[in-house]
Design a protein around this ligand. Structure first.
Ligand SMILES: Cc1ncc(COP(=O)(O)O)c(C=O)c1O
Length: 414
């Protein structure tokens, strides 16, 4: 069957299975083939020239024009298929670009839209790798990062208003690992009034593409570690950026071609096969996590439980209700008894493996302060609420009753 022709406009769960792939281009195979070639044969020298003119920005393609592929570092059929199929999962997305990890996607955004002398604003806490990128790479290159506490919409607006040469606002919401949510629409409003019109980018790894849609809230870019829920099986690395404005994606693809961090054909094929089930997996994980969190609430060995449906802070409740449709699959809590209790708890888990990462069908648990967030100073950890007593659980699709039973048993041992 050819791709669904216009004028049929289909919903995301249909589009993800029907658009962007024409079986006639893969000898009739019902699912995409893998095209591992590193280079592509031009149909004529003129078409080669045209392809280079377009790739290097010297010309823009005509509507419906077919352009020869050049070389797989720029793009390849599996990236094109994946980028076409993933875009409808993010409402308002016009285009997507795929990268070989979430960090590759995030680094490419910063290196494309911020230059030496530029300022950018970011929410705290952030995933440890993004924090490393900012402090160890971007700041030494002459960029200035301005931190704003996640969830403080007033501080975010003030930071934007008072930030000359502001090029980018990077919001990780919910924040890893504290799940504090930031008001994306408020940041967008302030960015639109700023004379530099900084781009607003949301790291939507924890909630998207199913439960939170930053582009509908006005963000310019949404970025994912596809290693997590999109990939869903803890067996691949990937990154995705989606945008309302196709030109932003074209610009990112230009940087990607030089950095050489496009997602490889086999990985594109694998991620493509995971897209049709991402919403089913995420709903199951969210429902499981909610039951686990509710079953742990009030436990005498838990000092603080962090889970969106159990938020009590009115501002966090407001942001959650405004921008998330489900609470998601991550539960975090602080144990009474600090680091020793946290380690004992992790030691006594058997179904839930002690590993970093999240979003896979299997449950994983970790101690952020000593692993994913261990590059933060003691002051930063204290300020951002990443204490030694905190454990983070990524709830999978196992039977939630078995998970809850093992957490209650491990709490007894802690
Ligand atoms: C919120 C968030 N963003 C980005 C990343 C980086 O993704 P990757 O490991 O695919 O580079 C992670 C990884 O854990 C993450 O949790």
């Amino acid at each position: 069957m050819p791709t669904v022709p216009p004028p049929y406009i289909v919903r995301p769960n249909t589009a993800v299975l029907t658009r962007g792939f024409d079986p006639r281009l893969s000898v009739g195979s019902a699912r995409p083939a893998v095209f591992r070639s590193s280079t592509y044969v031009f149909s004529s020298p003129e078409m080669a020239e045209r392809a280079f003119d377009i790739a290097l920005g010297r010309a823009t393609p005509e509507a419906g024009e077919s352009i020869d592929l050049i070389y797989s570092r720029l793009s390849h059929p599996n990236a094109e298929i994946l980028e076409d199929q993933i875009a409808p999962l993010e409402p308002c997305a016009e285009a997507a670009a795929v990268f070989n990890s979430g960090m590759a996607a995030i680094s490419t955004i910063f290196l494309t839209f911020c230059r030496p002398g530029a300022r950018f604003i970011y929410t705290t806490p952030l995933y440890g790798g993004t924090q490393h990128l900012i402090h160890q790479m971007l700041e030494p290159l002459g960029m200035t990062g301005i931190p704003v506490a996640a969830g403080d919409a007033h501080a975010m607006t003030q930071a934007i208003v008072n930030c000359p040469d502001c090029k980018l606002i990077f919001i990780e919401s919910p924040a890893n690992p504290t799940l504090v949510m930031s008001d994306i629409a408020a940041a967008v409003e302030a960015a639109h009034m700023h004379p530099d019109r900084p781009l607003v980018c949301t790291d939507n790894t924890f909630m998207g593409p199913v439960f939170q849609h930053p582009l509908t809230l006005g963000a310019d870019l949404t970025v994912y570690s596809a290693t997590k829920y999109l990939g869903g099986f803890s067996d691949m690395l990937g990154g995705v950026v989606m945008a309302k404005n196709r030109a932003l994606i074209d610009t990112l693809r230009g940087t990607r071609a030089i950095l050489g961090n496009i997602l490889q054909p086999d990985e594109c094929w694998l991620l493509d096969s995971r897209l049709p089930t991402v919403s089913q997996r995420m709903y199951r994980q969210s429902k499981n996590a909610q039951r686990v969190a509710e079953g742990l609430a009030g436990h005498p060995k838990i000092a603080r439980l962090l889970y969106p449906s159990l938020f009590t802070d009115p501002e966090q409740v407001r942001i959650r209700d405004a921008q998330c449709s489900y609470p998601g699959g991550i539960v975090a809590f602080e144990l009474v008894g600090g680091k020793v209790a946290a380690y004992n708890f992790l030691r006594n888990l058997h179904i839930t493996k002690n590993a970093v990462s999240l979003g896979g069908v299997e449950s994983l648990s970790c101690h952020p302060a000593s692993t994913t967030h261990s590059e933060m100073s003691a002051d930063e950890l204290a300020q951002y609420g990443v204490s030694d007593a905190l454990v983070r659980i990524s709830v999978g699709i196992e039977d939630w009753r078995d998970l809850l039973a093992e957490y209650l048993a491990a709490l007894d041992q802690a």
